[in-house]
Design a protein around this ligand. Structure first.
Ligand SMILES: C[S@@+](CC[C@H](N)C(=O)[O-])C[C@H]1O[C@@H](n2cnc3c(N)ncnc32)[C@H](O)[C@@H]1O
Length: 234
């Protein structure tokens, strides 16, 4: 198990070797997380919140495995990664082999079939742009199977406006922002609580025909959520 601090730069270099999805499909919102975004999130989870090293981690909607393999690199005890798409899982398996981090359990499955309990969930779900409420399905499952949850969501309009106003002062990559009232209610209803929300800088390259710019840079909100007590998991 990795107990020595991994330098941020070293993590970034290793994650760069993880290829994105070879044939992304729009309806599954198969955007591969940029290396810098994955590094920020994993580093925060590991070294600020203590939720990776020695923990059981699940990556929901793992795609080609950047968050799952990154968790192994930082010292997770056990990593499971699930995606509905065979092509993504095949690419993830190859990526892990190439980096000699092939201890992840890769599962090709629809999220709803998943059972179990993990210390930490990491997920970059579809934002529900192509299929309405796709993000909610992920959040619901994460709250069912995880204790601490790191989940990326579209920024609320209020946060976008606030960040636009401050961007001239060079907003740092991780900025604390308020939660959306919808997600706050959703989480509370599940008996869980939001620990923090960070705006994280990210980008989408031009990969689908409907994209109009070579690269779209924006902020997403990273929710850190703590599920209810052990009773919630039986
Ligand atoms: C935005 S991509 C993120 C991929 C990867 N986690 C990353 O950050 O690079 C969302 C992923 O969720 C997967 N997905 C979408 N709906 C799913 C479902 N119902 N069950 C399992 N995986 C799903 C897609 O195939 C896709 O790989």
């Amino acid at each position: 198990m990795q107990r020595r601090l991994v330098r941020k730069r070293d993590l970034e270099i290793l994650l760069t070797k993880i290829a994105p999805h070879p044939q992304p499909r729009a309806h599954l919102e198969q955007y591969t997380i940029p290396v810098e975004t994955a590094t920020e999130i994993l580093y925060l989870a590991a070294y600020t919140y203590g939720d990776i090293i020695g923990k059981t981690v699940i990556d929901l909607g793992c795609g080609t495995g950047r968050l799952a393999i990154g968790s192994v690199i930082l010292g997770a005890a056990n990593v499971v990664a699930v995606d509905v798409d065979r092509v993504a899982i095949k690419a993830a398996v190859n990526n892990a082999k190439q980096l000699q981090r092939d201890c992840v359990q890769w599962i090709t499955a629809e999220l709803s079939a998943l059972r179990g309990y993990f210390d930490t969930v990491v997920q970059n779900p579809p934002f529900g742009v192509q299929r309405a409420k796709a993000d909610r399905v992920f959040l619901k499952k994460a709250l069912e199977v995880g204790h601490r949850i790191y989940s990326l969501h579209r920024s609320s309009r209020a946060n976008i406006m606030a960040l636009k106003r401050t961007s001239r002062k060079q907003t740092p990559s991780l900025t604390l922002v308020p939660p959306s009232s919808f997600i706050e209610r959703f989480v509370e209803k599940a008996g869980a609580s939001i620990k923090a929300v960070y705006a994280v800088k990210t980008a989408i390259p031009h990969i689908f025909d409907f994209h109009t710019k070579p690269k779209h840079e924006f902020f997403v909100d990273l929710y850190i959520i703590e599920a209810g007590g052990d009773d919630a998991h039986g």
